[in-house]
Design a binder for this molecule. Structure first.
Ligand SMILES: Nc1ncnc2c1ncn2[C@@H]1O[C@H](COP(=O)(O)OP(=O)(O)OP(=O)(O)O)[C@@H](O)[C@H]1O
Ligand SMILES: [Mg+2]
Length: 473
């Protein structure tokens, strides 16, 4: 805790940090906190899973000091799930200093939010669409705001959000302190940020370290129609504890989740067309480990922090290189290791190279696994189960029967039968996954989807759109 104390953090917050199991600050926290306590604007870029939330959360709490009454600070997030998660972390950080944080997001009953707002939270975490709803209804006033944080700042200043952000910021006082945080910060966005930030300090990561070194990164060249079977084989070989698989469209996510369930895997899908209560329950089950595989659109790419995610699969290569960085960053968080695997169809190999250019890191090619390897993988798992059972004991009741059986049948046949029963053999249930058109080369890095979170999407199928926004390349 010494290092946290040296940063000038109050005892009540230190107590919360210790309660949360944080022993010393991460590099971004160590660098950003003093700058933010001094009241400066900041653009803070640091790798996924390295504690950016507390890097802005601690100064938010500390800067509140004795100010009472009006809302002190707002944090803007691109998705509802991230809004909820960030609010939870801020509430933990503020548990002893009596600072209350309220999440405000679309899809939740607005009357309930209005009631909660009357209880005067000091900090609000919001998705832009719903925040503007409250501004229009005059149920939230921003004219006394002292701090504004844009989490996933490059996304917030990108095409889908920029107009909303301009509207929100213009309702806050010019004297506010403004912060931008993300794991990716394209130069064009940094330049754009100058419009909203005053002489900001800049913390950035070397491009060689954009992705976390603890994440092993692989790709596999497959045809679109082979992807599903190959993916099932991979799951059988790697047996991930918790994994996230990203698909390009909502239809893709629906079909994948259904297909996986039909083949006996524990999977659920999440995307922007589901009701909020469905989105909430899917994510809750995944966090609890009731669901092993979360199938998602980019709605889950940014910011989500679920411990125990060992593997990230890109069933489809992402729309832009930044999205890749965020997606694979759902594993390898807070010092854990992780594995990322990206499926690439031959016509999309260029896109893989663009990703490697951004991350300055080679993504290692892995051969397509065979059915035999998948069976071996599952057999290994069955053997492990057997051996673990021997360690766990409690076999007394079975010994008599076992000895009896051994007088009738040879031991190898018996053990083989037991292993067969314990092994999940490849399930050939035919699954139809609609083919996706490959990404077009020219659009790569220039195309930008509209956010699916706050507004009704323009195309319900969630097809990628190819627009050039002039920010990139
Ligand atoms: N100082 C710390 N010591 C230990 N754990 C920490 C510390 N700071 C943050 N963490 C934990 O690390 C995890 C990742 O933190 P966080 O979600 O803030 O990362 P992030 O940098 O915002 O990542 P992303 O770019 O994906 O949004 C969280 O579970 C958080 O509780
Ligand atoms: Mg974050």
């Amino acid at each position: 805790m010494e290092k946290f104390k040296e940063l000038g953090i109050s005892d009540l917050t230190i107590r919360a940090l210790s309660d949360m199991g944080f022993e010393e600050p991460t590099p971004i926290q160590e660098q950003a906190i003093p700058i933010l306590l001094a009241g400066k604007d900041l653009v803070g870029q640091a790798q996924t899973g390295t504690g950016k939330t507390a890097a802005f959360g601690i100064p938010l709490l500390e800067n509140i000091g004795k100010s009472v009454g009006a809302i002190f600070g707002i944090v803007l997030t691109p998705t509802r799930e991230l809004c909820i998660q960030v609010a939870e972390e801020l509430n933990k950080l503020g548990q002893f200093s009596n600072v209350r944080t309220l999440p405000i997001y679309g899809g939740q009953d607005i009357q309930r939010q209005i009631k909660s707002l009357q209880r005067k939270p000091q900090i609000i975490v919001a998705t832009p669409g719903r925040l503007m709803d409250h501004m229009d209804r005059r149920t939230i006033k921003l004219n006394d705001i002292k701090m504004v944080v844009m989490d996933e700042g490059d996304e917030m200043l990108n095409m889908g959000f920029i107009e909303d952000i301009e509207k929100i910021l213009s309702a806050t006082p010019d004297s506010r302190q403004t912060l931008l945080f993300s794991a990716t910060m394209p130069r064009q966005i940094q330049n754009l940020a100058q419009r909203f930030l005053k002489d900001p300090a800049l913390i950035s990561i070397k491009s060689k370290e954009v992705t976390v070194p603890l994440i092993e990164q692989y790709y596999m060249e497959v045809l679109d129609r082979q992807k599903f079977d190959v993916f099932c084989r991979l799951l059988d070989i790697q047996s991930p504890e918790l994994s996230i698989v990203f698909g390009r469209t909502k239809r893709r996510v629906d079909e994948l989740a259904e297909g996986l369930k039909k083949r006996g895997y524990s999977a659920e899908g999440i995307h922007g067309d589901l009701t909020q209560s469905k989105r909430d329950s899917v994510l809750r089950q995944f966090r609890e480990g009731t669901t092993d595989i979360l199938v998602a659109t980019d709605v889950a790419a940014r910011g989500l922090d679920v411990s125990g995610v060992t593997h990230v699969y890109n069933f489809d290569i992402p729309q832009d290189p930044e999205s890749y960085v965020h997606r694979v960053g759902r594993t390898g968080r807070a010092g854990q290791t992780g594995i990322a695997m990206t499926f690439v169809i031959p016509r999309e190999l260029d896109h893989l190279r663009s990703i490697e250019r951004l991350t300055k890191r080679k993504i290692v090619r892995m051969p397509v696994p065979t059915v035999t390897e998948a069976i071996e993988g599952q057999q290994r798992l069955a053997v492990e189960k057997l051996l673990n059972q021997i360690e766990d004991g409690g076999l007394e009741q079975y010994r008599g029967r076992a000895e009896e059986l051994l007088t009738e049948t040879d031991s190898v046949s018996l053990l083989s039968a037991a292993l067969k029963l314990l092994t999940k053999e490849p399930d050939g249930t035919p699954i139809k996954i609609t083919e996706e058109a490959p990404l077009r080369s020219r659009s790569y890095g220039g195309g930008k989807r509209r956010p699916q979170e706050n507004r009704k999407p323009a195309s319900a199928g969630g097809k990628p759109r190819y627009k050039s926004n002039g920010f990139r390349k």
